[in-house]
Design a protein around this ligand. Structure first.
Ligand SMILES: C[S@@+](CC[C@H](N)C(=O)[O-])C[C@H]1O[C@@H](n2cnc3c(N)ncnc32)[C@H](O)[C@@H]1O
Length: 196
């Protein structure tokens, strides 16, 4: 994704439309499960999850694009929330091990070159027993899975997104435990929760 104010504004406009149609209730469900208080939201984008933060959370928003975080800052101000904004790559974060109680992402992993490395880093920065929460597209069988598979190449060319990743198996492989995976849209969009 391009790091320009126009790209960030377009993303925000498009995503607010999708939120109104579908995704708002998925975001609400994910954030109702967040325990905190020290929360990392990685790949936070323009801050579309900010309205769902509880006031007692101390949230750090990490994103690789400054222009996206600029909009997130405005959204945090509009919601009268103090947050910490960090520009960085989830695959190689500067936070110390065990810094967070919860690490959450929404629609991030389709963007990463190495989802496994991203998950390894989330594992590292969580405290022992800490909570992982992901709202992500995953690889699935069935009609939706076949549709996504058929569109995978053009979608990748258009958006740089890889929609069908085996997130649950990566999460297990890294060593997270107590994994639950809840379908929120067909079987292809899921909330995945696990513990370090
Ligand atoms: C599809 S957007 C999702 C944004 C937000 N989570 C949401 O739900 O609207 C993906 C976000 O991940 C960010 N991103 C992509 N690669 C990243 C990386 N390696 N590390 C951190 N953020 C990244 C992009 O800049 C973008 O803001």
């Amino acid at each position: 994704m391009k790091d320009t104010p126009t790209a960030a504004a377009l993303y925000d406009f498009f995503m607010r439309g999708l939120d109104m149609l579908l995704a708002k209730k998925w975001r609400r469900e994910l954030w109702s499960r967040v325990e905190g208080p020290a929360v990392l939201e990685a790949g936070a984008g323009t801050g579309l999850n900010i309205p769902f933060y509880k006031p007692e959370f101390e949230v750090t928003l990490l994103d690789s694009n400054r222009s996206y975080l600029d909009l997130a800052r405005e959204r945090a101000c509009a919601n009268q929330l103090e947050v910490k904004l960090v520009i960085g790559d989830i695959q190689n974060m500067a936070f110390s091990a065990g810094s967070f109680d919860t690490a959450a992402t929404t629609f991030l992993f389709c963007q990463l070159d190495s989802p496994v490395q991203g998950l390894q880093e989330l594992y590292r920065v969580l405290r022992p027993g800490g909570q992982l929460l992901l709202l992500e597209h995953v690889r699935t069988s069935g009609l939706f899975g076949h549709l996504v598979a058929a569109m995978a190449h053009p979608l990748y060319r258009l958006t740089g997104s890889r929609m069908a990743r085996e997130m649950e198996s990566y999460v297990k492989k890294i060593g997270f435990v107590d994994l639950t995976s809840t379908a929120v849209f067909t079987n292809g969009v899921r909330i995945i929760e696990a513990r370090k």
